[in-house]
Design a binder for this molecule. Structure first.
Ligand code: SF4
Length: 84
């Protein structure tokens, strides 16, 4: 599935990046990530133990992520307003 990572952004988000987006060959929309960086637990869309981003849910098939929320992230990540 082709995904526009900017399409699911909330109205409160402004992007400073205007150029093309490129990723390494092994990149996936959602991936297991190392502890300490951006992850679902720090994301605006992490609600009630699942992802509520409609674009992610469409790509993933549901809001359920495949591993611990502090070890997973996707292209639609937005820093939670609780930690801004
Ligand atoms: S990082 Fe991606 S999968 Fe995780 S909560 Fe945010 S939008 Fe959902």
């Amino acid at each position: 599935m082709t995904l526009n990572p900017w399409a699911g952004r909330s109205k409160n988000t402004t992007s400073v990046w205007k150029g093309p987006i490129s990723y390494p060959p092994d990149h996936k929309v959602g991936m297991v990530v190392p502890l300490g960086g951006s992850n679902c637990k720090k994301c605006e869309y992490w609600t009630g133990g699942q992802c509520v981003n409609e674009i992610f849910k469409k790509w993933n098939g549901s809001g359920k992520i495949p591993t611990s929320p502090d070890r997973y992230c996707c292209d639609l990540f937005e820093t939670s307003s609780k930690i801004k």
